[in-house]
Write a protein that binds this ligand. Structure first.
Ligand SMILES: Nc1ncnc2c1ncn2[C@@H]1O[C@H](COP(=O)(O)OP(=O)(O)OP(=O)(O)O)[C@@H](O)[C@H]1O
Ligand SMILES: [Mg+2]
Length: 460
């Protein structure tokens, strides 16, 4: 906690000494007056002001600051504590006041401010997570899709999630359920690819005793279990033609019969389906009913593969590292700039799941608080190697000699990173500049300087 004390000429120093002697655990600074405090207040948690030593309203100092300090006022006889607190002062102490009381007031105000801050941070995180259903992304196309999805989160419209393995379909399905008005009802997951046709039918709709060999008693299915809530049909493209007809009926009318039964049952279930293979292609290939596709796709979201949104990689990596450290009770680690570049240059066939595995291993194995490119999975290391930061490469470039400045040494990895990034983006300068978060002119100048012009496409 940082505390600034404004208390006339000598008074501030005296009070600071007094507070230190009270054992107050804070970084204490004495300010002569307004000018100094004004310069510093952004670095301040608590501002203690003796009103007799200033001719301004201390609240004027902090008003308008997004994260301003708590203000404690010390006043001579006649001050009005109630009025001060109404104006937004954290504490108001009548002089003469013992240093211990000032110290206690500072402690209280500091703790309160910290709580308020954490609360605000929590609200901001919550708001963000609600907006994006907990998905970490800055990809404009994905954010726009999530925006549209939010408008139907409470309606019983079926949602189709398409995306390669590891792009977050299951995570999103769960989040949609949690964010919906059905959150207090069950969320049931069924993987359509995991069971053969007849078994899957009985799993979904249930059966009656004797319906087939082994059906020794009546058994409700997953649609009944999900009544009032959400049923998540994963790998829906693998459903057999017979099952597709039954799914169509239950989606249309919310009615079905258990296998072997004549009684029609009614449910209220929101269906979310997921598929790796684009369902439209399955329809074109004659393997999936078009009418069922329309029923499943009342709302639709395509989660792009990570290689199509490399801009999300640093964000996802930082978020995942924090989460994994917390989960495993490990100290937090950050990625070195070269490690981030190596991650961005990888094509991530396993998408976010693969990124999680790579980071988990790095979190365990990296020594120190910073994860280096060399700490990443060996699959990724070639790009780290290409950065030429090892001794051999520097020797080869004739750079490891006394007197070669660090700035010049850093050109070696820069050239290799640029070459790798250009190759990754098939020479497209616009994509490469966006990936490295530099403007195109800077990229162009660097390419010229490093003799990399043949790597780029001028139109890109
Ligand atoms: N945008 C994201 N933000 C944060 N975490 C994510 C994101 N996308 C995926 N993940 C995480 O990546 C992992 C894989 O995601 P998930 O299991 O939802 O993928 P999936 O698309 O269902 O894959 P599969 O097709 O193999 O079932 C999970 O641990 C999930 O939490
Ligand atoms: Mg999944």
């Amino acid at each position: 906690m940082r505390v600034w004390v404004i208390n006339g000429d000598e008074g501030a120093e005296d009070l600071v000494v007094g507070l230190v002697e009270c054992g107050l655990d804070a970084r204490l600074h004495a300010a002569d007056g307004l000018a100094e405090a004004l310069q510093r207040e952004s670095n301040c948690d608590v501002l203690v002001v003796d009103l007799d030593s200033v001719d301004f309203d201390p609240l004027d100092l902090v008003r308008g600051l997004a994260d301003g300090p708590a203000v404690i006022e010390l006043a001579g006889f006649g001050g009005d504590a109630l009025a001060a607190q109404r104006r937004g002062v954290a504490d108001f102490l009548q002089k003469p006041v013992a240093d211990e009381h000032v110290a206690a007031a500072i402690q209280r105000a500091g703790a309160e401010r910290q709580l308020r801050r954490e609360h605000a941070q929590l609200l901001a995180t919550l708001a963000h997570e609600t907006n994006t259903f907990g998905l970490v992304t800055r990809d404009p196309a994905t954010l726009a899709q999530l925006d549209r999805l939010r408008t139907v989160k409470d309606a019983r419209v079926s949602v189709l999630l398409e995306g390669e393995s590891g792009t977050g379909k299951t995570m999103l399905a769960r989040a949609i359920h949690r964010a919906s008005s059905r959150a207090h009802k069950p969320f049931i997951e069924v993987n359509c690819g995991a069971l053969p046709g007849e078994l899957l039918e009985s799993e979904l709709f249930g059966h009656v005793k004797g319906a087939f060999t082994g059906a020794v008693s009546d058994r409700p299915g997953r649609f009944e279990a999900a009544d009032g809530g959400t049923l998540f049909l994963d790998e829906v493209a693998t459903a057999s033609p017979a099952l597709q007809i039954k799914l169509l009926r239950v989606l249309q009318d919310m009615v079905f019969e258990r296998v072997g039964d004549t009684r029609t049952r009614r449910v209220d279930v929101r269906v979310i389906a997921a598929t790796n293979a684009p369902l439209k292609d399955e329809v074109s290939a004659g393997r999936f009913r078009q009418d069922l596709l329309y029923r499943l796709r009342q709302a639709h979201l395509r989660l792009p593969p990570l290689r199509e949104r490399t801009g999300d990689v640093p964000l996802l990596a930082a978020h995942t590292l924090r989460r994994l450290a917390l989960e495993h009770g490990l100290a937090e680690k950050v990625l070195s700039p070269a490690a981030v570049s190596a991650l961005c240059a990888h094509s991530w066939p396993g998408n976010v799941r693969e990124l999680e595995h790579v980071l988990q291993a790095a979190l365990f194995y990296a020594r120190g608080t910073e994860i280096q490119a060399a700490d990443l999975d060996s699959e990724l290391v070639p790009s780290a190697r290409q950065t030429g930061t090892d001794q051999q490469d520097l020797l080869r470039h004739g750079l490891f000699q006394p007197g070669v400045p660090l700035k010049q040494l850093l050109e070696v990895p820069e050239r290799e990173i640029l070459a790798a990034a250009l190759t990754h983006n098939a020479g497209c300068r616009t994509k490469t500049a966006r990936m490295l978060d530099i403007d195109r002119t800077t990229l162009f100048n660097k390419m010229r300087r490093h003799g990399l012009m043949e790597f780029g496409r001028s139109e890109g």
